[in-house]
Design a protein around this ligand. Structure first.
Ligand SMILES: C[S@@+](CC[C@H](N)C(=O)[O-])C[C@H]1O[C@@H](n2cnc3c(N)ncnc32)[C@H](O)[C@@H]1O
Length: 289
């Protein structure tokens, strides 16, 4: 019998159990769970509790509480994270990347012939793969360049999925232009597989943004969308401080449409591009980009 065939575990949890999960998630990932998010904890831990053969979410949490932090705790934290994403999410930022930011960067880097992009909370990969498709479609002249394309997430389940590049009909229906589906995907039994040469453009790896970052080389385009919203202000500030240390002086940061550097880190300059907004590190007095 498969875990998914088992009956759903009892889902009610006590305020103390909720509080334990809230603290665990905060400590391990910096994700803040507000009061009243009990339903979110139970609904997201339910499948994992079932998979691990616990009779209820409460029993699962009780097990976590009574054992020292290990694999199950990590899986629980990963299961709580919101992983909502889609191809070409919000459209405008990708249009701006395609029509303005990437052409500008390619022009500026035409001598060094290097370009580095990091999608730093990439979920199941639709975000970096959208960029990979744009690169294949519009930037054939990058043949022979040193492309450093990286994508990471706290959830290994998500980076595994992203690496695999296999999507359901529902997922490809969300935001992927039909010509790109035809051109870049092969239909398998009931899924769509991203062509290998596109799928392999980005390197996928595990990175918890609350821990030291393994990306140390300067980055031209840093995509950090829809993840800061889950952190408290101190963590947002810390992440943005590290971003400033990593972005090249003429590099661009892209945040989610509900996110901003405003009132968190005033050393960024807001740069509207088409109908999207990017950010650049504000040059120090007397310094040029
Ligand atoms: C809502 S998704 C956003 C995905 C994509 N960037 C987008 O905008 O469509 C948020 C992602 O952030 C990841 N995440 C949450 N906390 C994180 C952390 N501390 N470090 C790295 N990734 C984290 C989650 O696992 C999830 O995949």
């Amino acid at each position: 019998m498969r875990a998914s065939d088992l009956p759903a575990p009892q889902s009610a949890i006590s305020p103390l159990a909720f509080d334990y999960i809230r603290r665990l998630v905060r400590k391990e990932s910096s994700i803040v769970l507000d009061d009243g998010k009990t339903y979110l904890v139970t609904s997201r831990l339910g499948p994992l509790a079932r998979e691990c053969r616990f009779e209820s979410v409460a029993a699962f949490i009780s097990h976590l509480q009574s054992t020292s932090t290990g694999k199950l705790h990590t899986l629980a934290v990963e299961a709580i994270a919101t992983t909502e994403t889609s191809f070409f999410r919000d459209h405008h930022p990708f249009a701006a990347l395609r029509d303005e930011i990437l052409p500008e960067m390619v022009r500026r880097r035409s001598t060094s012939r290097t370009l580095s992009i990091w999608s730093a909370a990439c979920s199941s990969g639709q975000e970096p793969h959208s960029i990979a498709m744009i690169l294949r479609d519009r930037f054939a002249n990058l043949e022979g360049w040193n492309l450093q394309l990286a994508a990471s997430d706290i959830s290994r389940r998500m980076t595994d999925r992203a690496r695999e590049g296999l999507y359901t009909q529902l997922e490809v229906n969300r935001g992927l232009p039909a010509p790109y589906l035809v051109r870049f995907f092969e239909q398998t039994e009931d899924r769509w597989l991203l062509r290998e040469d596109v799928r392999k453009l980005f390197r996928f790896f595990h990175q918890n943004l609350a821990e030291p970052w393994s990306v140390v080389a300067p980055v031209d385009i840093l995509i950090l969308r829809n993840v800061l919203i889950y952190f408290d202000v101190d963590m947002r500030r810390e992440v943005l401080r590290r971003v400033r240390g990593l972005l090249r002086p003429d590099g661009y940061l892209l945040l989610g449409s509900a996110e901003t550097t405003l009132n968190i880190d005033d050393l960024f300059t807001r740069v509207p591009v088409g109908r999207a907004v990017f950010y650049q590190v504000t040059p120090k007095k007397g310094q040029e980009r």
